[in-house]
Design a protein around this ligand. Sequence first.
Ligand code: WT7
Length: 647
Amino acid sequence: MARPNTKAYQKTDRMTLQINSFDEYKEVYKRSVEDPEGFWAEQASSFTWKKKWDKVLDWNFKEPNVKWFVGGQMNITENCLDRHLEERGDQVAILFEPNDPDAPNKTYTYKELHAEVGKTANALKANGIGKGDRVCFYMPMVPELAIGVLACARIGAIHSVVFAGFSAQALADRIKDATCKAVICSDYNARGAKNIPVKKVVDDALAMGCDSIETVLVHQNTGGEVQMETGRDKWWHEEVDGQPTDCPAEPMDSEDMLFILYTSGSTGKPKGVVHTCGGYMVYTAYSFQNVFQYKPGDIYWCTADIGWITGHSYIVYGPLLSGATTVMFEGVPTYPDAGRFWQVCEKLKVNQFYTAPTAIRALMAQGDEYVEQYDLSSLSVLGSVGEPINEEAWEWYHEKIGKKNCPIVDTWWQTETGGIMIGGLGSHSPMKPAHAGYPLPGIQPCLLDADGNELEGNGIEGLLCIKYPWPSILRTTYGDHERCRQTYFSAFPDKYFTGDGARRDKDGMYRIIGRVDDVINVSGHRMGTAEVENAINEHPMVVESAVVGYPHDIKGQGIYAYIITAGPVEDEEAFRKEVLAVVTKEIGPIAKPDKIQVVSGLPKTRSGKIMRRILRKVASGDTSNLGDTSTLLNPEVVDEIKNNALV
Ligand code: WT7
């Protein structure tokens, strides 16, 4: 296709919030730490506020209570859309690449996006949705998902996007937790060669007693057949098409909720991480412009799904706040073949490309011929996110994709942090394979030993915490503030604890080692081991289970489940399939164990705690030194587990 219009009405070639060299970074960083309030007030002042804040920051990490730009009023969509109309109204905002490589691209200029969001916002209002109401999204990666999310923000409704790969049960749990008033979904999801019935999953979820739901808005995507319940279910096009394009932006307090996004922790059920309007706006735009060094006219592509925080912050909000052209990709990296990403990079002349190590490893394994056919010379910055990137994948990405000309920004952050915390700033920062690098301005990381003492200097390793608030820190976990305090702010006084371990090398660069809690990272997706265990335990034959992560060539970590059954398992293969089916039903296919070992017992301490250290070692194929097992209640079980290990 012809390159879309991204060059309209440019006045400058540098973004407002951008740092332009590593020396400038050092200066800016210093200032951001010495005078955080002054620093962030300055960044915030480049946005459109309906009312200026009275106080930049109010905080304590005890309760916790963090408020940014207190008393200020704004609407994030005015900053994503209206603010750009004059200067770049005819520039492409969303560039949609459909699943089918032969289907035409669809584009929305800032003007068109503004109109679509206005119409959709009016349709939501007409259906009784207003400020503070929660709206659940369960949709594939189509432009209507971004439009719908922005329409909520326009009227002050709180969006809760659930990744469309989750099961009906998981969707129902999330709808109930946030007592959502509406669900917005598609009929079907065209994903690779598959056509996944999305509306059917919503129907199944709503049959599980989601009493708060009044409206289901169905976007016709593939046009496949669906059941519509009269009174409750409505077609997107019928509700939206006739609406006026103008919808006044609801004045929002800086600290009003913008969205809820569920994520897994080390215990039980997923928690609804809450982000608020003002701080999230400032930080996602600031980090987007600096990490990717986006220049007006560039085409930026993040391959994540909007169902995850990466999609929220770096497909929708960060790029649109910055007036960028952001690509939305409906498909998968391996359809029609493993060259799809690179074919799209060539076709759309992508400048900044942001993906996950698991995708890089999977494509690397398919061979270089898929890359070599394409002209990747438009690329200027490559990003990585979701898990530590191993050196081999880093080198391949750097050499084969970036042709050694593109910096790799390895971005460490979390659903809870809202935006990138540690990572390079385009080509300005020094880089080292597998190192995320230096903290962004305003971010004050520290490393602690197990007793909470801060480790000073370089060449050290410890628990990664953050000492001082940044604008997009989570404010609470929805409906359960105590859980937020307990999870993130109770391990070490006055610190936000990330759950990750990290190393600060001799040059002061951070290298993330991985989670130190019972969270595993499978293909860049966070999974609580307890959550997977709860799902497995739903199988009637299962007495108890223990789940651990183990190194996996493509996924980063695989899921290894040890299961005690109520009696002998006659047909292990059939049992395995049943367990996978239960997990798929309870959570979704992403949580399916890669390996299942039936055991007669689990190694337990005298206090009844499972000794996961042993299970992790066995799962990783390292049984040479299992450490001290003498304190176990049942040391004899260790030999059995070791001898039957699936490695
Ligand atoms: C966990 C957060 C927000 C990004 C998408 C995942 C791991 C994330 C990196 C990285 C090493 C990383 C951490 C973190 N992680 N990025 N560049 N290097 N580890 O968000 O689902 O909230 O998971 O992902 O362990 O705590 P998430």
